[in-house]
Design a protein around this ligand. Sequence first.
Ligand SMILES: Nc1nc2c(ncn2[C@@H]2O[C@H](COP(=O)(O)OP(=O)(O)OP(=O)(O)O)[C@@H](O)[C@H]2O)c(=O)[nH]1
Ligand SMILES: [Mg+2]
Length: 237
Amino acid sequence: MANSRFEYVRQFEVHNVLLPETYIVVRVDGKKFHEFSKYYEFAKPNDDRALRLMNAAAKNVFMQYRQEMICAYGESDEYSFILKRGTKLFNRRSDKISTLFVSLFTANYISLWNKFFPGVELHYKHLPCFDSRCVCYPNLPVLKDYLSWRFVDTHINNLYNTAFWYLIIKCGLTPQESEQKLCGTLSSDKQEILFTECGINYNNEPEMFKKGSLVNSSGEIVHIDVVKRIDEIFDGF
Ligand SMILES: Nc1nc2c(ncn2[C@@H]2O[C@H](COP(=O)(O)OP(=O)(O)OP(=O)(O)O)[C@@H](O)[C@H]2O)c(=O)[nH]1
Ligand SMILES: [Mg+2]
């Protein structure tokens, strides 16, 4: 490369290199999906098309970097990609990894949109955007806790949202009344309210809604109890 007197400005570029021998998690999250889901009239509380689109986009990212991956896990508008401890991808540069994953994910989301939302055109003022971050986890127990945290979060959010929306849709409560009814309730109370007042057995809700989606090391999308099977998921890593 030609050396010019301007070359020195490269010295101002800093590279944030992620700690060696740590597990890297890249989490992408939909930007303002509260509005995005409203604009495209996603079903409440879960839109099967939207979740399957997230899974398909994540699977393509996963397969493209399969050699570097352990698994990926998603719910709602987020996906976590869990990379192997020894990955040398982009010399572990945080900005490179984070921006590549999020742009690849977004590109796939947009290119697959019509497959999952046939006949629904994306409006240029309402395009899907995602942010992303890289986080290092120092050992397997902490990494297992990370994935368990996302799984438990899925369960808590989904049970709340399911009860909240069924009380509105099936029982005719206003959003304020529904919120008030659920205020301070435990998981078991929410399941009981759903059963007695809405006629819904939470156990019969789709597995993808209750458990989120895991792209396993073979690249399959499964909906499993992540906490119960956490050791199996990370076996060999
Ligand atoms: N109706 C519906 N909404 C969904 C679905 N999945 C995600 N969302 C919406 O996406 C939001 C995701 O939560 P957040 O990431 O905390 O909210 P956000 O609006 O994306 O905000 P930022 O991430 O801070 O930009 C949910 O609160 C819902 O409003 C779905 O399947 N159906
Ligand atoms: Mg979001």
